[in-house]
Design a binder for this molecule. Sequence first.
Ligand code: 8YV
Length: 322
Amino acid sequence: MIKPKVLLTRAVFPDVIARLAGYVEVETNQDDIVFSEQELLQKMQGKQGVITPSSARFSAGLIAQLPELKAICAMTVGYDNIDVAACEARGVVVTNAPDVLNQTTADFAWALLLSTARRVTESGQWLRDGQWKKWQIDGFLGADVHGKTLGILGMGRIGQAIARRSMGFDMQVIYHNRSRLTEQEEAYANHAVYVDKEQLLAQADHLILMVPYSAATRHCIGAAELAMMKPGATLINVARGGVVDDAALIAALRNRQIAAAGLDVFENEPQLNPDFLSLSNVVLTPHIASASESTRRAMLQCAVDNLIAVLRGEAALNPVHS
Ligand code: 8YV
């Protein structure tokens, strides 16, 4: 029997290739080249399936030129890099990798929140630069986390896992979301209280963004929203670049309109706005919120399971729709 042909757009753990090879003919990219759209078009010729993280863009134009394609399986929870409507129109199944990264991503949101509020990377750099000569009563004063109000914009499964962790810090949780959670979900999420977006911005001491990227959420935090936040507030983005207007955030951080930000995602990453680098009140990480080995393996496994199901003519486990 002829095996379906599949592309892995980026490098993966080698044992995953061996497992996939039992079902499909795999073209790998263990040199981990980030393909241009033209290269992707060429690599995708004759392929029925593809497994990809969010670095490869599947536009309507590209999809139109891939008549044999049956499945695009994202190894990520976000799938804003894929034109899902164009796929649906062509009968191409799109899947993502939900849930498997919830807890690891929630852990990392807290890592960013704590290091941002308590100036961990900034003071560490100062120490490495040889500037630590004496203890000072007002050295690196940060913002308290315990007992404060945690705001969450986008209260899906990851947002709820972030909120739950705030119990240990005796925080009050407020959130805004497209729809209100059930009473049971709110109780799980440290008794989170639903508020409108303006209240969320005005009342949060620490605001974590967890909304997926879409035309509707693009720049949902811009100059106007930053102006509504408390002067001592911190902003954490582990969601997607483009949810925040980075130029507006840079201005707000420079003017100390808000105290600090912790960012794992950026507009136009990895070519982030260089002005971020000159600011001491921002913690910057290279899109690693889901980066633990077991979670990255689980994300990949989820994509593999979806791909094999679709190519066998079975229902996808995690289909997404436009
Ligand atoms: C990925 C993510 O690591 O799942 C997602 O949507 O943002 C991360 O887990 C990232 O997309 C790498 O491409």
